[in-house]
Design a protein around this ligand. Structure first.
Ligand code: MLT
Length: 256
């Protein structure tokens, strides 16, 4: 039986119950899921996704022996007043986050994740941990849902590029490393669309970075002087772990 891969180009385009029985990969390449990957690489204990600023602030006074929960996130790409961390991966260094829990709220990414919690497993993915995510998907047999966060209700180019790259890897394997592919994949139309989007960007040198810069999320970050974050988000395989949201603890932490 072919393995089904569905790409949801916006969170509003699926019902949460559609994900039941599947494995969801939530992506907000610029920048939430890139930042989550780096935060866990740098030793953060857990990331607690919050829908609102108030919800994150309410968690501030709770914590464990290593200290109070930190607050991180953005609105419109800009840091939130009174928060410890914004949404640039470089801010989430080991000095800042090691052994700490962080309550995290972003305009699109954390909302997309919270809409996906009815999946059997909820992972987050970005180019930063692309290979690790694909390897895990290859070892699982459940239907795959790639959930693109988009940008305030609009489809975003960088999330679709990531979705297309995953579809490509699962369909054709990694020829440079002799990696496996899924034997038979059933692609929805959106999966076919993102695949051609990815192939056209991947065709030219620095094409991924240039395509990400040209999208609305990229343009917003350029306006804020955050080109370095786009470069970070366009760099593949710097993080060898897979963030997974566990409903019992309400935290995103490295998958086992
Ligand atoms: C989001 O979740 O909306 C994004 O991560 C926005 C940003 O680039 O900060």
């Amino acid at each position: 039986m072919p393995r089904k891969i569905s790409v949801h180009v916006l969170p509003a385009l699926f019902e949460p119950s559609d994900l039941a029985g599947g494995i969801a990969v939530v992506t907000d390449v610029l920048r939430a899921t890139t930042t989550i990957a780096y935060a866990l690489k740098n030793g953060a204990r857990g990331i607690i996704p919050c829908k609102t600023i108030d919800e994150a602030v309410a968690l501030r006074e709770t914590g464990n022996a290593s200290g109070k929960i930190l607050l991180g996130g953005e609105r419109g790409g800009e840091p939130i007043s009174g928060f410890d961390l914004g949404n640039s991966p470089s801010e989430w260094s080991s000095e800042a986050v090691a052994d700490r829990d962080v309550a995290f709220t972003t305009t699109n990414g954390t909302r997309a994740l919270l809409r996906s919690v009815l999946a059997d497993r909820v992972l987050t993915g970005a180019f930063a941990n692309f290979g690790a995510v694909c390897d895990l998907l290859l070892t699982d047999s459940r239907p795959i849902h790639i959930v693109c966060a988009g940008t305030v209700g609009e489809v975003s180019t960088e999330d679709c590029l990531f979705a297309g790259a995953v579809v490509d890897r699962l369909a054709s394997g990694d020829s440079s490393e002799g990696g496996a592919a899924v034997e038979e994949l059933e692609l929805c139309d959106a999966a076919q669309l993102v695949l051609s989007h990815w192939k056209s960007a991947a065709d030219s040198p620095d094409g991924l970075f240039r395509a990400m810069k040209a999208g609305s999320g990229g343009r917003n970050l350029m306006r804020l002087g955050l080109e370095a974050d786009i470069r970070t988000a366009a760099t593949l395989d710097q993080v060898d772990l897979i963030p997974e949201y566990l409903p019992q603890s309400r935290r995103i932490s490295p998958a086992n």
